[in-house]
Design a protein around this ligand. Structure first.
Ligand SMILES: [Zn+2]
Length: 96
């Protein structure tokens, strides 16, 4: 039986906690970002769309696409890039 009060889109949506800093190109977590909204200067790792930092009082802090578009693998790609960045810095240290 169909229940209209269930919001399928909302229940399937996972919050985004990782983005790309547009100034440095590095992966940043929502807690590393100081500014709210578009001032966070971050973009999505998957579609490169602008992010809004949602750092309110009620909900857990997260990023949202400015376009309201939901990427399927935005979190996964950001984490992959973060791991890649960590390994790259590890190799730089190792060369010393
Ligand atoms: Zn995206």
């Amino acid at each position: 039986m169909y229940r209209s009060e269930i919001n399928i889109k909302h229940s399937n949506r996972s919050h985004l906690y990782w983005g790309i800093d547009k100034a440095t190109g590095e992966v940043v977590g929502i807690d590393d970002v100081r500014s709210r909204g578009l001032n966070c200067n971050c973009k999505c790792a998957a579609c490169h769309g602008d992010f809004i930092a949602r750092k309110g009082e009620k909900n857990k802090h997260h990023f949202a696409h400015q376009s309201n578009y939901e990427c399927v693998y935005a979190n996964e790609i950001a984490v992959y890039l973060f791991v890649k960045m960590v390994f790259a810095s590890y190799h730089r240290i190792k060369k010393w």
